[in-house]
Design a protein around this ligand. Structure first.
Ligand code: NAP
Length: 310
């Protein structure tokens, strides 16, 4: 995919212009009932191809924001018997997501698992996947989806002011290492299953994977690193469909952090203006677009795609 050519230093005016595209400028976006009908019809056709077998879905950061929206928007589309595993630290947030998922589709199971991804070990991921999805002896799912959604902005100070090695390690433990470990455990489990399983791995990325934002050095580095990890996965495992999806500016807790903590005045004011001017997206609208894009399945594995470009 051709990358957009932005100047090396990303002026807030350009950021605002780029992120302010109206939803109507994206013809593929079909919201509401029409979207649901179309997607459901396509899904039913795909399900009939695979015999309507239940799916396995893993979502990190399922307690709030974009991760919770992935769970609740996907739930009504899943075949009966599907299993959704949601990981996060907040028990209460996961319970809220669990209730919404069950309401949306009582025929599937949602497993809320409290886990700090910054400290979890490989064996924790292996055990959790086996406990809540299945083992090599289980009936294989029709599809297995892994959404690497959890993430943090971290310290939003200029690079010249970074002085805490422990914070840096913790940042990359969550935003890079946990992704590698969970992904590896998931791939190993899938490789033990008999029969053909459609596997899709989605990394929730950001414009920051491509563009430098002043005082967001950790976040930009983490997102760029994650994108490359999944490009490598795409070439290592051509049978797996891999997507780096930048969901657009979302009205979530992460945006509150961006508006209140960002050291760089221009970046902070840009995000404050976007909130005040109603330019932040709802998680639901971005998830709908992601699910539709996954459904069409026309991307090159490993691509980075942006909400405003699909
Ligand atoms: N918001 C935006 O404008 C925007 C734009 C582009 C990309 N994104 C990306 O979208 C994804 C979701 O962001 P969001 O806006 O929904 O943020 P959010 O509201 O802050 O949610 C972050 C999620 O990650 C989980 N998480 C954070 N630290 C964790 C840890 N140590 N262990 C386990 N889970 C942890 C949180 O759960 P707990 O706190 O319960 O652990 C929460 O569910 C992120 O990857 C973000 O980089 C966001």
């Amino acid at each position: 995919m051709e990358l957009p050519s932005f100047p090396p230093s990303f002026p807030p005016s350009l950021l605002t212009r780029r992120l302010a595209l109206p939803l109507s400028a994206t013809p593929l976006l079909r919201l509401g009932n029409q979207y649901s009908r179309d997607l459901r019809a396509e899904r039913e056709s795909e399900m009939s191809d695979s015999g309507g077998a239940p799916w396995w879905v893993v979502v990190t950061g399922a307690s709030q924001g974009f991760g919770a929206a992935i769970c609740t928007e996907l739930a009504p589309l899943l075949p009966p018997g599907s299993r959704v595993l949601g990981l996060a630290r907040s028990q209460q947030g996961l319970a809220t997501t669990a209730a919404a998922v069950t309401k949306a589709n009582p025929a599937i199971t949602f497993s809320p698992v409290v886990m700090d991804l910054a400290t979890a070990k490989a064996m924790d991921y292996e055990a959790t996947l086996k406990d809540h999805l299945g083992t090599g002896q289980s009936t294989p799912p029709g599809q297995a989806l892994l959404f690497h959604n959890a993430g943090s902005l971290g310290t939003v100070k200029y690079l010249r002011e970074m002085d805490d090695a422990t914070r840096l390690s913790t940042y990359f433990d969550l935003n890079i290492s946990s992704v590698i470990l969970l992904n590896a455990a998931f791939m190993r489990l899938i490789s033990t299953l008999s029969g053909k399983v459609i596997v899709k791995v989605i990394n929730v990325s950001s414009l920051c994977a491509l563009e430098p934002f002043k005082s967001w050095g950790l976040y930009c580095t983490g997102k760029a690193g994650r994108d490359m990890l999944f490009k490598v996965l795409a070439v290592e495992d051509p049978g797996v469909r891999v997507l780096n999806y930048a969901p657009g500016p979302l009205d979530t807790g992460m945006q509150v952090h961006a508006r209140t903590m960002t050291q760089d005045d221009d970046i902070r004011k840009t995000f404050t203006s976007m909130k005040e001017e109603g330019k932040l997206l709802s998680c639901q609208s971005s998830v709908k677009k992601l699910l539709q894009f996954l459904e069409k399945d026309e991307f090159k594995s490993g691509d980075h795609v942006d909400f405003f470009e699909v």
